[in-house]
Ligand binder design. Structure first.
Ligand code: ZN
Ligand code: ZN
Length: 310
């Protein structure tokens, strides 16, 4: 096994373990929130619990996507299975939107029929416990997801974080409702939280959709790639038509390398291997395709070869 295959296997185990525990945490938090709702009869706490049920479903989807995305490339999918993670992230975004719509529906009902809460302090204590568990877990998911370049884990963490925001809004609203006796505060704050959830859902979904649309790497990463190619293209005349795309953890890079027309295939291949090795050392899970061309394909005028990029 190569060092990079080892790293990949370790990363897969770590991500899969986190995704698995995410399901367990989502179950515990959902149970606590349902208990808080049963204790109080609060519409807002009911909505909060509904959003957690969406969390359980998406945690399972994320776990599946992570297992699929780490499957090595095969005959049917020669470029790998990385994009599976985007599907779960998009599903996640859609479910966040559904949860927001459910909350809005509940708010609508309760506006016409506001009622005081049963056992408010017990319910609030239970819901606070659930929110604290969620906040810690969201932080674990997002920081690990970024470190492992897993969009599914990051999306999962962001979803859990929107859940924390929901709970915080609901708790503040309920405390205020208890002290002021103004029962309308409960549904009104739930409505504000639903708007925030919609915004979060849009963010998660649009980020994953651009991944599905083969979006290029960001500008910093692009500059880094250009620097690495420049520093390792000695013997070549020019590089042009650099194209990149990010697919989950994987980065795909392709470009044209212009060399002297009378250079041998062997000599140009040495340059290609040097660039490929340098890119692999710099960027994890990178796939490089280089198209070698003779100097009459150059885009820069002759004699400007000191500038490698066209
Ligand atoms: Zn070309
Ligand atoms: Zn080769």
């Amino acid at each position: 096994m190569t060092a990079s295959a080892d790293r990949n296997a370790a990363s897969k185990r770590r991500i899969a373990t986190l995704a698995f525990w995410s399901i367990a945490v989502a179950f515990v938090v959902t149970a606590l929130k349902l208990l808080a709702w049963r204790l109080t009869g609060s519409v807002a706490l009911y909505s909060d619990a509904l959003e957690s049920i969406a969390n359980v479903v998406t945690a399972i989807a994320a776990y599946w996507a992570i297992l699929v995305s780490h499957t090595p490339a095969d005959e049917d999918h020669p470029f790998g299975h990385h994009k599976a993670e985007y599907f779960s992230a998009v599903l996640e975004g859609v479910l966040i939107v559904v949860a927001a719509l459910l909350i809005i529906a509940k708010v609508w009902q309760s506006l016409s029929n506001p009622a005081p809460l049963d056992e408010p302090w017990q319910g609030l204590a239970v819901n606070t416990g659930a929110a604290v568990i969620n906040a810690v877990w969201a932080w674990v998911l997002i920081s690990n997801g970024r470190a492992q370049r897993s969009p599914a884990l990051v999306a999962d963490g962001q979803h859990v974080m929107t859940d924390v925001v929901t709970s915080a809004g609901v708790l503040i609203g309920l405390v205020a409702a208890i002290f002021t006796g103004w029962h309308l505060l409960d549904p009104l704050l739930a409505l504000i939280v639903a708007m925030n959830i919609l915004y979060q859902g849009w963010k998660v979904t649009s980020a994953s959709l651009s991944g599905l649309m083969d979006r290029a790497v960001d500008i910093q990463e692009n500059m880094r790639i250009r620097d690495v190619i420049s520093a390792n293209s000695k013997g070549a005349l020019e590089v042009h038509d650099l194209k990149t795309r990010a697919a989950g953890r994987a980065t795909f890079i392709e470009f044209h390398l212009v060399v002297n027309a009378d250079m041998t295939v062997g000599e140009s291949h040495v340059i290609c291997d040097r660039i490929e090795d340098a890119l692999k050392a710099e960027i994890p899970s990178v796939r490089v395709t280089i198209h070698v061309e003779p100097d009459d394909e150059a885009k820069l005028p002759k004699g400007t070869a000191a500038v490698p990029f066209a």
